[in-house]
Design a protein around this ligand. Structure first.
Ligand code: ADP
Length: 446
């Protein structure tokens, strides 16, 4: 538009200059034409200057509102810059999400440059290697993590197998290194203490189980040898056979308990909607306990509770039988044994076996549920114990979300109780008052 006006003006000036006019009029026309052209030039120059200033300034201010081609140019540049800025923001956001994801990983991630200096690390890596996430950046890792096994692993450069490293605080780490880029390395660290502990427990368990099986097996071998090589009278022979049967039973009990544990470990989670009658279960364990005690103890039973419990009935049966069998086996003849059933205020049910036996010293209490842990090994074995009973009970309790409570003191008897969760307890309709009425007064206060 402005260019057209300028051309028009120039054309007028040209026509005027060609026309036979007075010289002054021609000069005036030329001067005014020149002034207009100069004005237009100055205007364009000013616009260009504003555009330049905006381009030099940080790109947070919007483009100057100039008209004409400079304005158009400014608008296009601004759009281009906006596009770049948006792309950069998206990439920044992506990077920050990526770093947050690595940060959230339980595994340590640490980047080393070609000089083995720490370029970046996440918090788990800082914890694993006891490093400071900021202060130790750009430090040579071997100056900070000085365990010889780690230093030589890094220097050998053979990373096909991960490095197992034990930290000063006893934690076990598994470290994997992957080279990348130009001499850089990615270090991944994982705290495998739990795995190591489980592995150590598994090794102990296998060793203990083998030992437990080998003992009766060796005894059986000895008896077989006696039968073959010694001239035994019929009564001596019967005696040896009875001892052999005892050892065979011991092995059988052990294998049964091992299989029960294996089944519990691999079994599906007990259902919360399969209900069974507690009274019927108590009737069954009562008959078994009476047979095992054979009149040697005074047994007390709870009144009918009318409760229904949810879970796997055979497992609760096994847990109660184990607790009652322990009470019977460890309580001297003439002692008292009681099965208690009490509903708690929170709706959970306490199922407990209390005995007037020898009781257990406090130092043993935390370890009683460990596999093969016995306070007195000989006493346990003599009475047919496998050392796995309470481990089985604890497992069953855990699977049902129940708690195993043990209260005992030497000379004061013992109480082994399961607190069956409220979620798995309901009134079967025929509930009667629950409590300790059936127990003698001395027992209620114990
Ligand atoms: P065991 O087959 O040896 O009885 P358990 O796991 O059932 O194995 O019990 C572990 C140990 O706890 C027993 O060896 C015994 O020393 C102790 N114990 C368990 N129940 C009682 C109890 N009612 N009175 C005294 N000691 C008990």
């Amino acid at each position: 538009m402005r260019v057209a006006a300028l051309l028009l003006l120039l054309a007028v000036v040209l026509v005027l200059s060609l026309a036979p006019l007075h010289e002054h009029a021609l000069l005036a026309a030329l001067v005014s034409g020149g002034l207009v052209a100069l004005g237009l030039l100055l205007q364009q120059g000013w616009r260009l200057r504003r555009l330049q200033q905006w381009l030099r300034a940080p790109k947070t201010t919007p483009a100057p509102l100039v008209q004409g081609p400079w304005g158009d140019l400014a608008y296009r540049i601004e759009r281009l810059l906006d596009g770049h800025r948006r792309k950069l923001d998206a990439e920044r956001q992506q990077l920050s999400e990526f770093l947050s994801a690595i940060e959230a990983s339980p595994n340590g991630v640490l980047l080393l440059d070609a000089q083995e200096q720490i370029a970046w690390l996440n918090t788990p890596a800082a914890e694993h290697f006891e490093l400071h996430p900021q202060r130790d950046l750009r430090q040579r890792i071997t100056n900070l993590v000085r365990q010889p096994a780690f230093v030589s692993y890094l220097q050998a450069g053979l990373f096909a197998q991960p490095l197992a490293l034990q930290q000063r605080d006893g934690r076990h780490l598994s470290i994997t290194v992957r080279p990348y880029g130009k001499g850089a390395r990615l270090l991944l660290s994982q705290d495998v203490s739990d795995r190591e502990r489980a592995e150590a427990m598994r090794r102990d368990f296998v060793a203990n189980a083998s030992h437990e099986i080998r003992t009766p097996l060796a005894a059986l071998g000895g008896f077989v040898e006696s039968l073959r090589s010694l001239p035994l009278s019929p009564s001596e022979r019967d005696h040896v056979l009875a001892l052999m049967q005892q050892q065979a039973k011991r092995m059988e009990a052990l294998v049964d308990d091992l299989l029960t544990l294996a089944r519990l470990e691999g079994g599906a989670r007990p259902p919360t909607d399969h209900w069974f009658s507690l009274d019927e279960l108590v009737d069954r364990v009562r008959a078994e306990a009476q047979a095992l005690s054979a009149g040697r103890h005074r047994l007390h039973w709870p009144p009918s509770s009318g409760l229904e419990l949810a879970g796997i009935e055979s497992e609760l049966h096994s847990a109660l039988t184990n607790l009652l069998s322990n009470a019977i086996r460890y309580t001297p003849d003439g002692g008292q044994i009681e099965l208690l059933i009490k509903t708690q205020t929170d709706g959970a049910t306490l199922l407990a076996v209390r005995d007037s036996g020898p009781g257990i010293a406090p130092e043993h209490l935390p370890r009683l549920t460990e596999r093969f842990y016995r306070v007195e090994a000989s006493r346990s074995r003599e009475s047919g114990g496998t050392g796995l009973g309470l481990a089985i009970v604890k497992h069953i309790a855990q699977r049902h979300g129940a708690e195993l409570r043990i209260e005992s003191a030497p000379g004061d008897g013992s109480l082994f109780g399961l607190i069956w969760p409220a979620l798995r307890t309901r009134d079967g309709g025929a509930a009667q008052a629950l409590g300790e009425e059936s127990a003698p007064a001395r027992w209620a206060s114990a």
